[in-house]
Design a protein around this ligand. Structure first.
Ligand code: NAP
Length: 481
C-alpha cells in the first residue's frame, strides 16, 4: 500500500493514548486480491476493560472543558482528516474493496460529521420552563451521558465511526470502540489523526480483535458504559440489547434494511434509472440503504427494465484502485455465498435473468452486476437484504399495492420513490413505514439529515440536530425560591 504518510498505517489498538500490540495478531486481507495487507493486534475482554478504566476519568476531564474548546479540537481533527483524505481513501479501498472514488466520497462524508457536531456542541441548550408553582422555578440541563461503547461494521469503515464518535465526544462523552475485523486499519488511522488533533488520551479508545462477542459482552455488561451505539446486523443488535438489559443502557441501533425503490408511471425515467443505479450499486450493493426490491408500475416496467439492464451490463467491475472501476469485489466469501443463494432461489421460483446472474470472470469474490425480472414475494430477496449487486424487479399496478408490498417486511430503514406528482409524493411518503424516504434521488445521506430506521431496522437517529441528544441526558432542576 503506497501512502504519502506511511505512519498512518497503524496495526496496534489505541487505548488510553498509547498503542497496544497484545500477544496475538489477526490478518487483514485485500478483498480485491486476497493478499494479506496487515497483521493487527488481537485483543479481547481484558483490554476492553482496561480501555473502560481509562475512559472513565478521561471523560470527566473532557466534559469539564467548554464546548467551544472541544469544538476547536474536533475542528482540527476534521482538517487533518481532509488533509490526509487521499491516504485514508487508499487504506479504505485496500481493506474494504470499494472503488477509490467512492472511498474518497466516504472520507468527506465521514469527516462532515466531525465538522457538523463540532458546531452542534456549541449549540446545546437546556430550558427554563414556566413554573406552575409560585415559589418554585423549573429548568433543565443537558449533560453528557458518560462513557459509551461503539461497535461498527465493515461497509463504511470511516463514516460509521465518525457518525457515532463525533456526536459523542462533542457532547463531552468518551468512547471504547470496536471496528469490524475486516476493516480495522481505517479506524486506527482515524485514531492516529485524533491524537495529532489533540483529542486527549482515553477519550477515544479503539480495541481491535477477532472475538467480537467477548468485546461486545464486556462493553454491555459493564455498568460504567452508559450507552451502546451499534451499526450492523439486526441479529447482533438484538444480542447487544439483551446483554445491555441488566445495566439498562441507552441504546442506538442502526440495523439491517430491505429498501423498496418504487418507480411510478409518471416518473422521469432518466432520473429513476440514475437513482436506481446509484442506490443499487453503491458499494457493490453492500449498504444498509441500497435498494433491495425495485417495484415498477405496469406502464413503464418494460422500458425501465430494458434501460436498467443496459446500464448494469455496462458497469466496469474490478479492483477499486484501478481508474474508472465502478464496482469492486464483495467483502468476503460468505457475502458472495448469500448473493448466490438469493439469485438461485429467485431463478428457481421463476425470476428471469436480464443480465449477470453469476460470479464475475475476474474470480475471487467479484460478482456480475445483475438484473432479475418477474420477481415475486415468495422469494428470499423479498424478505432479506441481499447485500450485493442484484436488482430484482417486481411489477405493480396501483399505488396501494406498491405501498403494501413495500411495507410487507420487518425492516424499515430507507425507501425510495420516483414520481413527478407532488400529491403522490406526499401520500406515499406518509404511508411508507420507514425512517427515511428519498424522493427522485438515489443518494440522500448527509450529516444534516437524521439517519435511522423503524421496526427491526433499529432505534435512534444519527447525524442532524437530533444526533447529539442520543449522547446526552436531560436533568430537571427544581429550585425553591
Ligand atoms: P455484523 O455481523 O452485525 O457485524 C457488525 C459489527 O458487529 C462488527 O464489528 C462485528 O465484529 C460485530 N459483532 C459481530 N458479532 C458480535 C457479537 N456477538 N457481539 C458484539 N459484536 C459483534 O454485521 P455485518 O454483516 O458485518 O454488517 C452488515 C450489516 O450491517 C447489514 O445488515 C447492514 O444492513 C447493516 N448496516 C446498517 C447500517 C445502518 O445505518 N442501519 C449501516 C451499515 C450497515 P466482527 O467484524 O469482528 O465480526
Amino acid at each position: 500500500m503506497k501512502l504519502n504518510d506511511p505512519t498512518l498505517l497503524k496495526t496496534d489498538s489505541y487505548i488510553n493514548g498509547a498503542w497496544h500490540g497484545g500477544n496475538t495478531r489477526f490478518a487483514v486481507t485485500n478483498p480485491a486480491t486476497g493478499d494479506v495487507i496487515a497483521e493487527v493486534a488481537d485483543l479481547g475482554a481484558a483490554e476492553t476493560t482496561a480501555a473502560i478504566d481509562a475512559a472513565v476519568p478521561a471523560q470527566k476531564a473532557w466534559a469539564a472543558r467548554t464546548a467551544k474548546d472541544r469544538a476547536m479540537v474536533m475542528r482540527k481533527w476534521y482538517e487533518l482528516i481532509m488533509a490526509n483524505a487521499e491516504d485514508l481513501a487508499v487504506i479504505l479501498t485496500t481493506e474494504m474493496g470499494k472503488p477509490l472514488a467512492e472511498a474518497k466520497g466516504e472520507i468527506a462524508y465521514g469527516a462532515s460529521f466531525i465538522d457538523w457536531f463540532a458546531e452542534e456542541a456549541r449549540r446545546v441548550c437546556g430550558d427554563v420552563m414556566e413554573s406552575p408553582i409560585p415559589d418554585k422555578r423549573f429548568l433543565t440541563f443537558k449533560q453528557p451521558i458518560g462513557v459509551f461503547g461503539a461497535i461498527t461494521p465493515w461497509n463504511f469503515p470511516i463514516a460509521m465511526i465518525t457518525r457515532k464518535v463525533a456526536p459523542g465526544i462533542a457532547a463531552g462523552c468518551a468512547c471504547v470502540l470496536k471496528p469490524a475485523e475486516q476493516t480495522p486499519l481505517s479506524a486506527l488511522a482515524l485514531a492516529e489523526l485524533a491524537e495529532r488533533a489533540g483529542i486527549p488520551a482515553g477519550v477515544m479508545n479503539i480495541v481491535t480483535g477477532m472475538d467480537a462477542p467477548a468485546i461486545g459482552n464486556t462493553l454491555c455488561a459493564d455498568d460504567r458504559i452508559r450507552k451502546m451505539t451499534f451499526t450492523g446486523s439486526t441479529e447482533v443488535g438484538r444480542i447487544l440489547m439483551q446483554q445491555s438489559a441488566h445495566t439498562l443502557k441507552k441504546m442506538s441501533l442502526e440495523l439491517g434494511g430491505n429498501a423498496p425503490l418504487i418507480v411510478f408511471d409518471d416518473a422521469d425515467l432518466d432520473v429513476a434509472i440514475a437513482g436506481a443505479m446509484a442506490s443499487k450499486y453503491r458499494n457493490a450493493g453492500q449498504t444498509c440503504v441500497c435498494a433491495n426490491r425495485i417495484f415498477v408500475q405496469d406502464g413503464v416496467y418494460d422500458e425501465f427494465a430494458r434501460r436498467l439492464t443496459e446500464a448494469s451490463a455496462a458497469m466496469k467491475v474490478g479492483n477499486g484502485m484501478e481508474e474508472g472501476v465502478e464496482q469492486g469485489p464483495i467483502i468476503d466469501s460468505q457475502g458472495l455465498d448469500k448473493i448466490e443463494r438469493h439469485v438461485a432461489d429467485a431463478v428457481s421460483k421463476g425470476a428471469e435473468v436480464l443480465t449477470g446472474g453469476h460470479r464475475h470472470e475476474l474470480g475471487g469474490t467479484y460478482y456480475q452486476p445483475t438484473v432479475l425480472a418477474n420477481m415475486s414475494s415468495d422469494m428470499m430477496m423479498f424478505g432479506e437484504e441481499t447485500f450485493g449487486p442484484v436488482a430484482g424487479l417486481f411489477r405493480f399496478t396501483s399505488d396501494d399495492e406498491a405501498v403494501a408490498m413495500a411495507n410487507d417486511t420487518e425492516f424499515g430503514l430507507a425507501a425510495y420513490i420516483f414520481t413527478d406528482s407532488t400529491s403522490r409524493l406526499f401520500r406515499v411518503s406518509e404511508a411508507l413505514e420507514y425512517g427515511m424516504v428519498s424522493a427522485n434521488t438515489g443518494i440522500f445521506s448527509s450529516e444534516v439529515g437524521p439517519f435511522g430506521g423503524v421496526k427491526s431496522s433499529g432505534l435512534g437517529r444519527e447525524g442532524s440536530k437530533y444526533g447529539i441528544d442520543e449522547f446526552m441526558e436531560i436533568k430537571f432542576v427544581c429550585v425553591g425560591i
